[in-house]
Design a protein around this ligand. Structure first.
Ligand SMILES: *Cc1c(COP(=O)(O)O)cnc(C)c1O
Length: 465
């Protein structure tokens, strides 16, 4: 692959970026001092930056480039669609072929009777749609008191006012009037740091029972829905104990509330199944999709809706929609992405071959003195950094200090691995080969070794009391 040389020097790009570009989840003043890393090109699982460095992207961008970078088929689908019909809306009793074809394909792929889709441009918008959908559903059912949505602490559902309120991230809620009314949060099934002396199974049950207790506390006649990611992504790739989802399913089935599965990360093969819902055998009423839907090549998301809910919503005008709901170019790209995922049996390969291979390597990292646990499903994995393997306790330093130091070592070794507090996480492109996984593993070990020394030297290898 050619190194791109026809751009301005990195320092100039960084200066312009700092002068005019406000970055998400970033202290722009800090970034201005340091300068952004500028990515110029990508192919397969490898990014190229403006200095010509080749970087292994073990995060698939932001959990989205499931098909890998550089697929001409998707670029061609976009170009074809732009020439044929670059835009038309789906309001006012209009439709177009890409939205029709994608909705049909999604109804086919989605589990159970999730046969309807309301399109959005991403996951946040789709979750805002979901808030309105579930409240509208209960209004039409003659139960307007059922408004409250139960979510979980440390959940991530996006960043708009509605989606961030559904989310359980304290740092986000602290910045401006969130959560909005009638959204409440229960505990997360995060055994490693919150399970205390309980077994994972008992702890999973206990956290599931918090849902039942919260419904009882509020009154079933006030609860509209429960929303959760099958596996928490941005919260740190937190894989719940096996006891958790069956118990949540039982509670949802017994109570007259809707279940929303936020599959923005777990959808489209990430778990080795098409949807996390299938991995756990769930029967949601609504499923949020985005990210892997188009492998990030175009912004598109949506809400998959069950026959039952769609029939009720369809009785009357639903006063909701986005200019870009079902955008033809994004829909055409998503459709092509799904075709390739299917034809090339990428999900099956994750389930039967590369997923197990990655799991084997990942669990080998558990032997490292700096690693307290390793967890993985399909191609989403995390590990807990620790100062002392014999206890499941956080570091004494502020959460994220050690994780950040480790991430810096990864970046230095041309490996993109993220940290959430002091957990390291990966969610690579699903097309990652065994050879790519070997490279990932080598760089991860090297980075952990170096970070372990850094942390020791900084006097931070200490467990909280
Ligand atoms: C990324 C994400 C979202 C938000 O999607 P955007 O496209 O960034 O709005 C919602 N839910 C989950 C689980 C996500 O990971």
């Amino acid at each position: 692959m050619n190194k791109i040389t026809n751009h301005m020097p990195t320092a100039e790009l960084q200066a312009l970026d700092a002068a005019h570009h406000m970055h998400p989840f970033t202290a722009n003043a800090d970034l201005a001092k340091r300068g952004a890393r500028i990515i110029t090109q990508a192919d397969g699982v490898t990014l190229t930056d403006s200095e010509g460095e080749k970087i292994l992207d073990a995060m698939a961008g932001l959990w989205c480039v499931n098909i890998g970078y550089g697929r001409d088929e998707l670029a061609d689908a976009a170009a074809r669609q732009m020439k044929e019909l670059p835009y038309y809306n789906t309001f006012f009793m209009s439709s177009h072929v890409p939205a029709i074809a994608l909705a049909d394909k999604l109804a086919d792929l989605a589990p159970g009777d999730l046969n309807h889709v309301f399109f959005a441009s991403g996951g946040s918008e789709a979750n805002d749609t979901n808030i309105r959908l579930v409240r509208r559903y209960w209004d039409l059912m003659g139960k307007p008191g059922k408004k409250t949505i139960i979510s979980r602490k440390n959940a991530y559902h996006g960043t708009s006012m509605g989606a961030a309120s559904l989310g359980g991230m304290q740092g986000m809620h602290a910045q401006g009037g969130m959560p909005i009314p009638d959204i409440v949060h229960i505990g997360q099934p995060y055994w490693y740091l919150e399970g205390g002396d309980m077994s994972p199974e008992d702890f999973g049950l206990m956290r599931a029972h918090e849902l039942e207790a919260k419904i009882d506390e509020l009154g079933e006649d006030r609860v509209a829905a429960f929303i959760a990611e099958p596996i928490q992504g941005a919260g740190g790739v937190i894989i719940p104990p096996d006891s958790y989802w069956p118990e949540i399913s039982r509670i949802c089935a017994e109570r007259d509330i809707l279940l929303i599965a936020d599959e923005v990360i777990t959808g489209f093969g990430r778990t080795g199944e098409w949807f996390g819902t299938e991995y756990y055998g769930l029967a949601p009423d609504i499923m949020t999709i985005a990210k892997g839907l188009s492998s990030g090549y175009a912004p598109i998301g949506g809400s998959m809706v069950s026959d039952k809910v769609a029939a009720v919503i369809g009785r009357d005008e639903f006063t909701h929609g986005y200019t870009y709901s079902g955008h033809p170019v994004a829909a055409a790209v998503a459709l092509e992405n799904l075709r390739l995922l299917e034809e090339e049996k990428i999900v099956e390969t994750v389930r039967n071959d590369t997923g197990p291979y990655l799991a084997d390597k990942w669990h080998q990292l558990a032997d490292h003195p700096f690693v307290g646990e390793t967890t993985i499903v399909g191609m989403m994995a995390s590990l807990a950094l620790t100062a002392d393997k014999s206890v499941r306790k956080p570091f004494k330093s502020d959460a994220g200090t050690v994780g950040f130091m480790t991430r810096e070592r990864c970046f230095g070794n041309n490996l993109i691995m993220r940290h959430v507090a002091d957990r390291m996480i990966i969610a690579p492109p699903l097309v990652m080969t065994r050879a790519d996984i070997d490279t990932l593993f080598e760089r991860a070990v090297m980075s952990l070794d170096q970070a372990f020394e850094d942390v020791k030297e900084a006097g931070l290898l200490e467990t909280a009391d």
